[in-house]
Write a protein that binds this ligand. Structure first.
Ligand SMILES: C[S@@+](CC[C@H](N)C(=O)[O-])C[C@H]1O[C@@H](n2cnc3c(N)ncnc32)[C@H](O)[C@@H]1O
Length: 261
């Protein structure tokens, strides 16, 4: 089913940057270094769907020449805020465009490292977007992606997102409050602790409230399994280097692939 509602991730990323959690930049840089550290120094890095811009900022701090792009004008503006904050380095360029736009993609060139964290499943054409991202990786280069893991709850997640998207503004606020309360109760019961509501609450320096808005609003929404992803990328000459599988959580599977030279 084609998704006719599209969430403005960029608006949410602007709010995130207005109130960026303390420690978020350092957290993201440590996360990016853990996955890509040695591969970034002096290398070209493409950030597809750069969102709030923290991955691009981290890759630049780790020594890469960075190109960032996003389809959402407000995400492009958010990434530009971090570019400005970094002193407008000339080896970091920011573009507006879609990974599904063949003409735009054909002008990008090839990159030694291509990253797309939590993006391709929001394009409305996951496999087409994955093939386009793979096509931007130079021989011997790396592809780093995070994709929503398929679970038994994935169908229900889509129903929740569509119901939320169909509400008027005040209804969405009430929905978000109810969802937040349910998440807090679950965290207390399952993890025996409150979630970190004010600081950088996860390894990537995200903000708990902004993540709720991002997750509930995040349409289009598709899911995949590692088996499907491998079946798409192996014939294109990619070997799996590392996988962190979200297993039963409705989170992201994170993959690092290398394109065989
Ligand atoms: C959940 S955010 C992830 C942002 C960032 N990569 C991160 O790791 O936090 C998804 C981003 O993908 C962007 N996006 C969605 N469809 C896209 C497309 N077709 N081409 C490029 N970016 C896209 C959205 O605008 C949004 O900024």
């Amino acid at each position: 089913m084609t998704e006719n509602r599209r969430f403005s991730f960029g608006r949410n990323w602007q709010k995130y940057l207005d109130d960026i959690p303390p420690g978020a930049t350092a957290a993201m840089q440590a996360y990016v270094a853990d996955w890509l550290g040695p591969s970034l120094l002096g290398k070209s890095f493409l950030d597809i769907g750069s969102g709030q811009g923290l991955t691009s900022l981290s890759a630049h701090a780790l020594g890469a020449d960075v190109t960032s792009f996003d389809v959402d004008r407000l995400s492009v503006a958010a990434t530009s805020r971090l570019h400005e904050h970094a002193g407008r380095p000339s080896n970091w360029r920011i573009l507006e465009g879609s990974i599904l736009d063949h003409q735009f993609v054909s002008q990008l060139g090839k990159y030694e490292v291509v990253g797309s964290w939590g993006v391709l499943h929001h394009t409305g054409a996951l496999w087409e977007a994955l093939a386009a991202a793979a096509g931007l990786v130079a021989d011997g280069g790396y592809l780093w992606i995070a994709l929503y893991h398929r679970t038994r709850q994935s169908g229900r997640s889509l129903v929740i997102k569509r119901s939320y998207a169909g509400l008027p503004g005040p209804g969405r606020r009430v929905f978000r409050a109810g969802y937040a309360i349910a998440k807090i109760i679950k965290s207390v019961i399952v993890r025996r602790r409150l979630p970190n509501l004010n600081g950088a609450y996860d390894a990537r320096g995200m903000n708990w409230w902004r993540d709720i808005e991002d997750w509930l609003g995040g349409l289009p929404y598709e899911v995949s399994s590692p088996g499907e992803v491998l079946a798409h990328l192996k014939p294109l000459g990619f070997e799996l280097i590392r996988l962190e599988d979200a297993i039963a959580e409705a989170g992201n599977d994170v993959y690092l692939f290398r394109r065989t030279p």
